[in-house]
Write a protein that binds this ligand. Structure first.
Ligand SMILES: Cc1ncc(COP(=O)(O)O)c(C=O)c1O
Length: 398
């Protein structure tokens, strides 16, 4: 009998592992690797938020809070939903967790039984399928259309009597796509036809949107489905607070209660100090949101301009998040200077790390071949250098 559980054997080893190892060994050799794989803003947490965290330590807010988060934090989240999304949630419909990641994990552990299906549109954020598996369910993948979006037909084709959740992520990681109100409405119309299915709407990149776009939650667009929509959000990306580990969820009181039970028997309350800082993030000055989004937008434009110089690459314009999802299918079948054939996105990413010393994430990690993800959460200088190196390397493929 193995000491490791069988549920662990259902998880797939990360395809990015090899690339990470390669990047690490090159860095050790003193080679300057440009990190385009990162999934966190390179900005510092705003000063007012840091000061609130320090204040919480000095004031002695260093004890457990309620397992589902402090009342003050939950009130700040309640106000945020009202102010920004015009959504009303009672406090018992909100949970605060150790990052959005724990919210999603709790949600699937709380609601999935063996055989329950979760529709995961690809390209997807890497953790969704494994979280579904850890929760005991089955991820059901659906390839998005050429715009990297789930359409009503694609969704409906995958619905079975076992479907419990559909995952939506707008703005999306890795695609950068945002769903319009009409697109959300059309998806909601499909969901409305099947009373047994629920929507998990991951809105963690809500504030990182470009060109004046305002992204709505599906719960705003389809208020009649609110009880069947579970919103995931957090402070990690919007307020550059990835290390503080605060995320939150809002949805049906029954589901929240079950998630709180899991949380109270695993990690207990999220960090008291981080909660105090997150209250300041949500309630303090909000100009940082627009400021950061404008910086990301300028980088997106510059990266697109530079990458478009390669005839082998096609860049989908990101409407939000801080990723470009780049089509590299024209490089498939080409040979590297050392004679190796590029067969897929893994080969291409390995080629980029060896030839350009640039680390990107292959589309295979997101269940979507023929693409790679480039994060522009790096300085403009690094971005320019890295994109130029990618284009130069692509020119060497024959
Ligand atoms: C789409 C998506 N959801 C959730 C998360 C997790 O966020 P957190 O750091 O708050 O756990 C990430 C982080 O990369 C993400 O990209």
């Amino acid at each position: 009998m193995s000491i490791l559980s069988t549920k662990l054997s259902r998880l797939k080893p990360s395809v990015t592992l090899l690339l990470n190892q390669k990047a690490k060994s090159l860095i050790k050799e003193g080679i300057d690797i440009i990190p385009f794989g990162v999934g966190e803003p390179d900005f510092d947490t705003p000063d007012n938020v840091k000061i609130a965290g320090i204040g919480a330590i000095v004031d002695g807010q260093t004890k457990y809070t309620n397992a589902d988060g402090s009342i003050e934090m939950k009130k700040a989240i309640q106000l945020k939903f009202k102010r920004e999304n015009n959504l009303d949630y009672n406090l018992n419909e909100i949970i605060v967790s150790t990052g959005a990641k724990q919210v999603i994990y709790n949600l699937f552990v709380a609601t999935l039984d063996a055989g329950d299906e979760v529709i995961v549109p690809a390209p997807y954020w890497v953790s969704y399928p494994d979280m579904v598996l850890l929760g005991g369910g089955e991820p059901v993948f659906v390839n998005c259309d050429k715009n990297l979006k789930l359409t009503p037909q694609l969704l409906e084709d995958k619905i079975t009597s076992k479907t419990k959740w559909v995952i939506l992520n707008s703005p999306g990681n890795p695609s950068g796509v945002c769903y319009s109100d009409q697109e959300l409405r059309a998806l909601a119309d499909v969901v409305a036809k099947y009373p047994h299915i629920h929507v998990m709407s991951d809105e963690i990149y809500e504030h990182i949107v470009f060109d004046g776009l305002k992204v709505k939650s599906i719960a705003q667009v389809a208020p009649e489905l609110k009880q069947r929509i579970f919103i995931v959000n957090g402070v990690s990306k919007s307020y550059a607070m990835t290390g503080w580990r605060i995320g939150y969820g809002a949805g049906d009181e029954k589901i929240i209660k079950a998630m709180v039970m899991i949380q109270s028997q695993s990690t207990s309350s999220p960090c008291s100090i981080s909660q105090a800082a997150s209250i300041e993030a949500l309630e303090g000055p909000q100009d940082v949101l627009k400021k950061n989004a404008a910086v990301f937008q300028a980088r997106r434009d510059e990266a697109m301009r530079l990458l478009n110089a390669s005839p082998l690459l096609e860049v989908t314009k990101a409407q939000g998040s801080f990723y470009l999802f780049v089509d590299m299918q024209k490089a498939i079948g080409k040979k590297t200077p050392s004679g190796k054939e590029i067969k897929n996105s893994d080969d291409f990413s390995l080629f980029l790390i060896e030839e350009a010393n640039v680390a990107v994430v292959p589309g295979s990690a997101f269940g979507y071949e023929g693409f790679f993800r480039l994060s522009f959460a790096t300085s403009m200088e690094e971005l320019r250098e890295g994109c130029n190196r990618i284009v130069t390397s692509c020119n060497k493929l024959s």
